[in-house]
Design a protein around this ligand. Structure first.
Ligand code: G16
Length: 553
């Protein structure tokens, strides 16, 4: 069987490539929604080949730009068991997305077929969903054309959160063993598991959830219906009808980066709050302490809460040979890493930014807890651990309870990808079980002060991050300048990396005080802007340094 070049040519003509170079970033292709038409077509073609490579298993395609503004959009592909696209295929994705002619496109496809030894006679099945962005509908149509061009079957699942599409993909490929392959099935599975943990325990005060005016808001409202009195939740920022409001002064990224509450909240001491992002794959929690100061409970705090709870349960349940590990990135707060290593005594593995990296590192443990500080993560249970939880017989009531809670957690926690709604229920289930307030949870350890900034440069791809993003190998000499500045601050740490979802370079700084963290970030930003291609108006807060590294303005 060969590729139908005439058919590909006919459909490709509807989606001509623009004069843009596309790169496959941290979470797939992501840029302005109005330049993505041809990319979507190419991703449709790739999804078909990926499905054929898996002998017709269902591949998911999610159209979203997650935490980015409403004008952006993007696409991520989902593997049959719900993980992100295999990294070895990212290069193929880039080649197809940048093919400007039918000949180049067909050559790219033939190359993949040859290298991957794909049997074109295999069937191909793709499911697609999108978030609430206005450009989503047209982009779904372009992707559909790509799938059709190679004769694949595509099913449009409409509006879903990203983790819901990952869940449904896995359900379809496991003949329902993972759950019912529908949005309703997802809510039922999560709600049932949550009830198994919290029923009969005292309830917590209401949780106020910032829906980022995205798809997570209606999804959480639907989930809440399945939970009735077991969870009291109020969804704020749920205006999905006004596209421009998506992630605007709201959402997990806004709250984490700004370390402040989103719009729409009259925050009072004692209120318990959380923020989702635009496609509901991230969550952070926050509250005001008794003095009214904003306090953030980010992905690091979620990870430590989950790891310590699961470790306690494993001990209580007396399940032997279960190794628990935690996966973080360079963005993890230094205090969090120290707490995990020294107090929890759990091994920590570091990977580059992007859940696609963390997920695979977490698979190496029986219980692999992975969270990025930005609130993106989950807990993976190995098949051996799940089997052990189901085959161990408890001899005491406490042991039986611990085993039942562990079993319920394996159903409650999304095993495919970081999931804000599943993580929300996991955190609430733990806090109910431990009868813990946000401030008690927060008191496990104190974060070092940190600051996250971005710098717009002429070409962010000139910045090459190495050693799990902790250092730059390019541009030459920049890392030495950053090291020189870090050394001046108590607990000073700073690193720089190109974003894979925005056209910026990200700068992270950490130090003993907030003033120092802010200053360190401002110095590093200034160095990049002034000497490494800063574009646009120079932000007033950036510091200027002389050739010896002294701050001069
Ligand atoms: C995506 C990835 C995350 C990553 C984030 C920021 O999140 O899935 O793993 O941390 O982008 O990446 P970068 O710093 O490269 O821009 P989301 O929620 O936007 O899909």
């Amino acid at each position: 069987m060969t590729l139908d070049k005439a058919k590909i040519n006919g459909l490709f003509a509807k989606h001509p490539k623009l004069d843009v170079t596309y790169t496959y970033g941290t979470a797939g292709f992501r840029t302005k929604g109005d330049v993505l038409d041809s990319v979507m077509f190419s991703v449709g073609l790739l999804a078909v080949l990926r499905s054929k490579k898996h002998a017709g298993k269902v591949i998911g395609a999610m159209v979203t730009a997650s935490h980015n503004p409403a004008v952006d959009n993007g696409v991520k592909l989902v593997e049959p068991m719900g993980e992100m696209l295999a990294q070895s295929w990212e290069t193929y994705a880039t080649v197809l997305a940048n093919a400007a002619t039918t000949d180049a496109l067909v050559a790219g496809l033939e190359d993949i077929v040859k290298k991957e030894q794909i049997d074109l006679a295999q069937p191909a099945n793709v499911i697609i969903a999108r978030d609430t962005r206005p450009s989503g509908t047209a982009l779904v149509a372009a992707l559909t054309d790509g799938v059709s061009a190679l004769g694949g079957k595509i099913t449009d699942k409409g509006l879903l959160t990203t983790p819901q599409l990952h869940y449904i993909t896995r359900c379809l490929n496991t003949n329902g063993a993972y759950g019912e392959p529908t949005e309703e099935g997802y809510y039922k599975k999560l709600a049932d598991a949550f009830k198994r943990i919290v029923t009969g325990k005292p309830k917590l005060s209401p949780l106020y959830v910032d829906g980022a005016n995205g798809i997570g808001a209606p999804a959480l409202q639907k989930l809440a219906k399945h939970l009735s009195s077991d969870l009291s939740v109020n969804v704020v920022n749920d205006d999905t009808a006004t596209a421009s409001k998506l992630n605007l002064k709201s959402g997990a990224d806004f709250v984490k980066v700004g370390q402040k509450k989103p719009d729409g909240f009259d925050l009072k001491p004692g209120m318990r709050c959380a923020s989702l992002d635009g496609d509901a794959d991230r969550i952070v929690f926050w509250y005001a302490n008794q003095e009214g100061t904003f306090k953030l409970l980010d992905g690091d705090k979620i990870a430590t809460l989950a790891a310590s709870f699961i470790m306690e349960l494993v001990k209580e349940a007396k399940v032997p040979n279960i190794n628990v590990g935690l996966v973080q990135t360079a963005y993890a707060n230094g205090s969090a890493t120290a707490y995990v290593k020294d107090t929890l005594q759990v091994p920590v593995v570091f990977t580059a930014t992007g859940v696609k990296h963390l997920h695979h590192a977490a698979e190496e443990f029986d219980v692999g807890v992975y969270f990025e500080a930005n609130g993106h993560g989950t807990v993976l249970f190995s098949p051996a651990a799940i089997k052990a939880f189901h085959t161990t017989d408890g001899s005491t009531d406490a042991q039986k309870r611990a085993l039942e809670t562990l079993r319920a957690l394996t159903d409650l926690i999304n095993q495919t990808v970081g999931d804000a709604l599943s993580d929300l229920l996991m955190v609430e289930a733990i806090l109910v079980s431990k009868n813990k307030s946000f401030s008690e949870w927060d008191s496990d350890y104190s974060d070092l002060a940190s600051r996250l900034e971005k710098v717009t440069v002429s070409n962010r791809l000139e910045f090459v991050a190495v050693k799990a993003d902790t250092e730059l190998s390019k541009p030459e000499g920049l890392q030495a300048k950053i090291n020189q500045q870090m050394a001046k601050f108590k607990h000073g740490r700073s690193f720089v990396r190109p974003s894979g979802t925005e056209d910026v370079v990200r700068v992270y700084a950490e130090a003993a005080t907030q003033a120092d963290a802010d200053l360190l970030a401002a110095i590093v930003c200034g160095i990049i802007f002034d000497h490494h291609g800063g574009v646009g108006t120079r932000p007033a807060g950036f510091k200027k340094v002389d050739k010896d590294g002294n701050v001069v303005a």
